[in-house]
Write a protein that binds this ligand. Structure first.
Ligand SMILES: NC(=O)c1ccc[n+]([C@@H]2O[C@H](COP(=O)([O-])OP(=O)(O)OC[C@H]3O[C@@H](n4cnc5c(N)ncnc54)[C@H](O)[C@@H]3O)[C@@H](O)[C@H]2O)c1
Length: 206
């Protein structure tokens, strides 16, 4: 599949290289041009066991980084949002995820083929429906579940073992607003279930 990953921090970059390793074509998007350049040179901006090797293998081939969100969304079937959601001890700050959803929504306005937007960032229950889906609908002028898909696939990576955790999950949690969203997300993540037979797809949100 053609995938775009929005936000190339810890979760976005690890997800991007692992999805490339499993055969997907991945575009990683970030607002930080320095990070984008480093990734395109095959140099990981963070330390993680196995990341160096996988990034060297896929950079410029199955994985490219860019600051051009519009091109990345137009050229992909699924966008995985992996921007930061800083927690101050009391509340999660949703400004980055809200902004990313608004920007993707504006691009969906001009996209005629089906696109599924997936939340990978850590958020509290209800955020995907109340914040992300609403922002996408408002910015696109389209209806989720009818004109485009929305899904949820929370990440459970541990720093230091993130690549191994992604490649060998003991479970995958996903959900979607409609069958088409769930199918697109299952296809994107299915490799993990084959990778380890004990893995299971669970937790449909709807
Ligand atoms: N770090 C972990 O171990 C871990 C584990 C599980 C889940 N999570 C969750 O995953 C999410 C991402 O965490 P992280 O540690 O990777 O974050 P991070 O802050 O390291 O990276 C986020 C990236 O998103 C980019 N960004 C922000 N707005 C953008 C936009 N509009 N378009 C493109 N790029 C944009 C930033 O420049 C940054 O590079 C958070 O919700 C976090 O809670 C983190």
């Amino acid at each position: 599949m053609n995938l775009s990953v929005i936000g190339t921090g810890y979760v976005g970059l690890v997800s991007g290289v692992c999805l490339a390793e499993k055969g997907h074509q991945v575009v990683c998007v970030d607002i930080d041009p320095g990070k984008v350049d480093t990734i395109n040179q095959g140099i990981p901006p963070i330390h993680e066991i196995g990341l160096d090797e996988l990034l060297k293998k896929h950079a410029g081939k199955k994985l490219v980084a860019t600051t051009d969100l519009r091109q990345a969304v137009l050229a992909s079937e699924i966008s995985l949002i992996a921007v930061g959601t800083p927690f101050d001890g009391e509340r999660i700050d949703l400004k980055y995820i809200r902004k990313a959803a608004e920007q993707i929504g504006q691009i969906l306005r001009e996209k005629s083929t089906w696109h599924t937007v997936v939340v990978k960032s850590t958020v509290v229950p209800g955020t995907t429906d109340e914040v992300v889906l609403n922002a996408l609908e408002l910015a696109s002028g389209k209806k989720a579940g009818v004109d485009f898909g929305v899904g949820m696939n929370p990440e459970f990576l541990k720093e230091g073992e993130a690549i191994a955790d992604f490649m060998n999950p003991d479970r995958i949690v996903l959900g979607g607003v409609c069958e088409r969203s769930r199918e697109a997300l299952s296809e994107c993540m299915r490799f993990s279930c084959m990778w380890r037979k004990s893995a299971r797809i669970a937790g449909r949100l709807k």
